[in-house]
Write a protein that binds this ligand. Structure first.
Ligand code: DX5
Ligand code: ZN
Length: 216
């Protein structure tokens, strides 16, 4: 996988015009399509589940990146993969048997990511970093789009990079929350490989152009 990737989050799309928004992403320079699944238990919000995933599978031509903000993610990862997920990321904080869940995702043919909330230290990944395909650093508290970026994320990117290097891991670093045209270049420079952007893309006047600018 190449680096400097943009993954627009569908959470900020117009669900009354989902097909139109997915087609816009298909035309754009977006690399991945980020799918935020929330259960109202792990996070204080409910987003969407399998019916929306079905629409994504039908129309998206992009790599489908599923971010599960749910308790007991191991119960659902296989179904998301069957419905077209290319990458499934589960929260460290929601996974009692993280190693088993990562293994299950990969055995079913998808890439596996682990997600850290802003208050979870990077060092918790020491014994799983060699196994994962991606580390997703939350740069806001998960649950809602359009929140303010937490600056401590830069420190966590550096720590994750060190951890990856010292373990000969091939994991990509993804950053999610509050990414915009002001901080994107700085985040790539700091070592992020994939940036998620919801509000910055969908609330802009020209989402396709914004996606292009986020890569510069
Ligand atoms: C937050 C989600 C994010 C969110 C990002 O819980 O995981 O993917 O949609 O949204 P913005 O880019 O609007 O902060
Ligand atoms: Zn997300």
């Amino acid at each position: 996988m190449k680096t400097k990737l943009i993954a627009p989050s569908l959470l900020s799309a117009d669900f009354g015009n989902l097909e139109r928004d997915i087609e816009m992403l298909n035309r754009s320079q977006a690399d991945w399509l980020h799918v935020d699944v929330m259960d109202g238990r792990f996070v204080p919000n409910i987003s969407f589940g399998f019916p929306v995933m079905k629409t994504i599978q039908k129309f998206s031509k992009k790599f489908v990146d599923v971010h599960l903000m749910i308790v007991e993610p191991e119960k659902y990862v296989e179904q998301f993969i069957e419905m077209g997920a290319d990458l499934v990321s589960v929260h460290y904080e929601a996974s009692i048997h993280l190693h088993r869940t990562i293994d299950l995702i990969q055995k079913r043919g998808a890439k596996a990511g682990v997600v850290l909330n802003p208050a979870t230290p990077v060092l918790m990944l020491e014994d799983i970093i060699a196994e994962v395909d991606l580390v997703l650093l939350m740069s806001v508290n998960p649950g809602f789009g359009g929140q303010k970026f937490i600056e401590n994320t830069y420190k966590k990117i550096a720590e994750t990079k060190d951890l990856i290097l010292s373990n000969n891991s091939t994991a990509l670093i993804q950053v999610d929350g509050g990414v915009n045209l002001e901080n994107a270049a700085k985040l790539f420079d700091a070592g992020a490989d994939v940036l998620v952007a919801g509000n910055a893309v969908f609330s802009s006047e020209d989402p396709e152009r914004t996606i292009e600018l986020l890569k510069i």
